[in-house]
Write a protein that binds this ligand. Structure first.
Ligand code: ADP
Ligand code: MG
Ligand code: ZN
Length: 424
């Protein structure tokens, strides 16, 4: 045992230059190296990648890593290459590669030099790829962002549903490692079921973000709310912040209002062309603007460590979204203020957005909205409610970092709320 420990640390140091493991990393890596199915639930920034990268480097054969976003795939591979002296230790295979590039990847895989291959789910649907993978020695399959399997998650991708079927075509009894930052019990059981994990070892890290301050404010008239936001930003002059809104038009309007009030702000949403989006994202990262006013299109894969506040101009559609979006604040462990404006009108707007969806989706959506409303209206510690939502007990009496703990108050009442019927 002691020997194994020393060699794992040595391997960590040799391959990544780190001196110690973070959180559950070491236990997770041991589970993977023993060939067991492993399920890793760890908040964003916790260090999930290393959990499969190190075992991949230490095992014979190549690990296949399923990842949903082509852009993130390239980032990851570039990052691994920056740690390693050998460029062919990691590759990715997706629709962006040319024929010549694909040939190079295949040659490296056949030579056994490549230890990690990032693939999109689509890559696994192609018969020629399956046939090729069958001839390789595969160490294990890692499914990153595994919540994409579940409709209860915040980023459902139908292609993820067919992964197990395709993994079985690649090889029999391959160990599967599923990783996600989504901790709701419903999503977890969907992942275990869909990937048919065989009595997996499950590692759940705490989701508490002790440096984030949570506050809900009743939303008043538009002008007043904007005034409140302007005042808040002026109090935090020069700091970086994100404001999330429900729709594209509001991002533009709000950004204009902020600019009119002397705040450097830009809007960001999926209706902008990709060049403009990339440019505005860079302006935010390089601090040419202080505030980005965005729809939920902004965030995935963005890693700005010193975002000091996250404001929700509209209540988000689920507590899971709220956690992920506020989670982009204070990534460096320093202050992160999370302010959410709540009104009944915005709840109606959310329900209205679902009007054309099939009944089952509306039911699911309504349930998620109801949970968010319960959170907003609760007089209980915000941290406690969020962590409870993720199946985690938070025992501290007063967290000291939420509105309800700082100023105990009466329940916020919203009158005449019509809830979409949960049973047809
Ligand atoms: P996640 O996928 O869980 O969001 P990442 O895998 O992207 O997190 O890791 C987040 C950061 O933590 C990265 O910058 C990574 O280099 C760093 N990191 C991971 N493991 C360690 C470690 N053992 N020691 C120091 N830094 C680490
Ligand atoms: Mg990750
Ligand atoms: Zn609290």
């Amino acid at each position: 045992m002691a020997v194994a420990k020393v060699s794992l640390l040595d391997a960590l140091h040799e391959h990544f230059g780190f001196d110690s493991f973070k959180g559950n990393q070491e236990k997770i890596i041991k589970s993977i190296l023993s060939g067991k199915d492993t399920f890793v639930i760890m908040p964003t920034g916790g260090g999930k990648s290393l959990c499969y990268q190190l075992p991949a480097l230490m095992s014979p054969g190549v690990a296949l890593i399923v990842s949903p976003l082509i852009a993130l795939m390239k980032n990851q591979v570039d990052l691994i290459r920056s740690y390693s002296s050998k460029d062919n230790v990691a590759h990715f295979l997706n629709s962006t590669l040319t024929k010549a590039q694909i040939k190079k990847v295949r040659t490296d895989l056949q030579s056994g030099k490549t230890k990690m291959l990032y693939v999109a789910p689509e890559t696994l649907t192609k018969q020629e790829n399956i046939d090729f993978f069958r001839e390789l020695e595969i160490s294990f399959i890692a499914v990153d962002e595994a919540h994409c399997i579940s409709e209860w998650g915040h980023d459902f991708r139908p292609e993820y549903r067919r992964l197990k079927e395709m993994i079985d075509l690649v090889g029999s009894n391959l160990p599967i490692i599923a990783l996600t930052a989504t901790a709701t019990p419903k999503v977890q059981s969907d992942i275990v079921k869909n990937l048919e994990l065989r009595t997996p070892e499950v590692f759940i890290s705490s989701f508490n973000r002790p440096n984030l301050y949570y506050e809900i404010r009743p939303k008043r008239k538009k002008d007043q709310t904007i005034k409140e936001i302007v005042k808040f930003i002026h109090l935090h002059k020069g700091k970086s912040g994100i404001i999330y809104t429900l729709n594209r038009k509001t991002t533009e309007e709000l950004a204009d209002m902020l600019v009119a009030n002397g705040i450097k702000a830009v809007a960001y949403h999926a209706g902008l062309d990709s060049g403009t989006r990339a440019q505005r994202q860079d302006m935010f990262l390089l601090e040419e603007v202080e505030v980005i006013v965005a729809t939920i299109a902004f965030g995935m894969g963005i890693d700005k460590p010193d975002v000091r506040f996250v404001i929700h101009y509209n209540i988000p559609k689920s507590l899971e979204n709220y956690y992920q979006e506020t989670g982009r604040g204070g990534r460096d462990g320093l202050e992160g203020l999370c302010l959410c404006f709540y009104s009944y009108k915005d709840v109606q707007k959310l329900e209205h957005l679902m009007r054309d969806k099939p009944l089952s989706e509306r039911e699911m959506g309504a349930q998620l909205i109801n949970e968010t409303v319960a959170y907003a209206e609760s007089a209980v510690c915000r941290r406690k409610v969020i962590l409870h939502y993720f199946g985690e007990k938070y025992e501290t009496e007063n967290c000291g970092k939420c509105d309800n703990c700082r100023n105990p108050k009466e329940k916020i009442e919203v009158k005449n709320r019509v809830v979409i019927a949960l049973k047809a």
